[in-house]
Write a protein that binds this ligand. Structure first.
Ligand code: URA
Length: 244
């Protein structure tokens, strides 16, 4: 890989700035000042420092975004802002969201350029558990909670035309929100289109606000404001890859 690409991937600056920084001796390769910004490096084995700080090599990038409502889970869109537009300080080349949240859904969204991991996490056989916080228009009964948990007809069909029921899920009633709406934490093991909203519709209710709060080992914590993002920790990446 070229040194300037490696430095750009670490958000050191634009190619033009990097050229200048290298000329000023701020970057070292294995202890020696780099002579030119377009030299080729062995990014996995060479020790690259910038202003004395060691830059570690990472082939892929992983971010956890707290998606706000009003942005689309896509890499490009003709009219609306996309989730990638929120990764302001990152080199977004190659990044894409892992799955989709509806435009009006908030919460945890994994964004990465690790296509293999995205494929694994979205594959129907390996779907990881996802938990959603659903605020409801009407109160929900224990019986309806049981129906959500057992599996429901939400309108999808099997090849033979029979109802393609949802898989068993887990539902827990939380505290009411500020408007007095009932809140249910629903954990599902699938990722069908509008699944959570359709599950509540199937029991005669309506979701008025939806937020994803976890996906496999990833949890949305209060310190990440709506619209903000953070890189995943090494431990989170390891757990995700292990399918935990
Ligand atoms: N289920 C939905 O209905 N919407 C989402 O955004 C995610 C899951």
């Amino acid at each position: 890989m070229r040194l300037d690409k490696f430095l750009a991937d670490h958000n050191i600056g634009s190619r033009k700035q990097i050229k200048e920084y290298v000329k000023n001796g701020r970057c070292r390769i294995n202890g020696e000042p780099a002579q030119k910004s377009d030299v080729h490096i062995d990014e996995e084995n060479d020790e690259i420092t910038f202003d004395g700080k060691l830059l570690s090599y990472s082939r892929f990038h992983y971010f956890l975004l707290n998606k706000p409502a009003g942005v689309v889970s896509a890499t490009t869109d003709g009219s609306s802002r996309t989730v990638l537009d929120l990764l302001k300080d990152e080199n977004i080349r190659g990044l894409s969201p892992c799955g989709r949240l509806d435009i009006d859904t908030e919460g945890l969204l994994l964004i990465t350029d690790d296509g293999v991991l995205i494929h694994e996490l979205l594959s129907p056989r390996k779907h990881v558990d996802k938990t959603y916080e659903a605020h409801l228009k009407s109160d929900i009964s224990e019986e309806e909670i049981k129906l959500l948990e057992e599996g429901l007809d939400i309108g999808d069909k099997n090849d033979d035309g029979s109802p393609f029921l949802t898989l068993p899920a887990h539902a827990r009633i939380g505290e009411r929100d500020e408007e007095g709406n009932m809140v249910v934490y629903l954990s599902i093991h699938e990722g069908r289109f509008h699944q959570v909203k359709r599950m509540f519709e199937a029991v005669g209710n309506e979701v008025v606000f939806l937020k994803r709060v976890s996906m496999g080992p990833l949890k949305l914590t209060d310190d990440l404001s709506v619209g903000d993002y953070r890189p995943l920790t090494k431990e989170e990446i390891t757990l995700l890859k292990a399918g935990k």
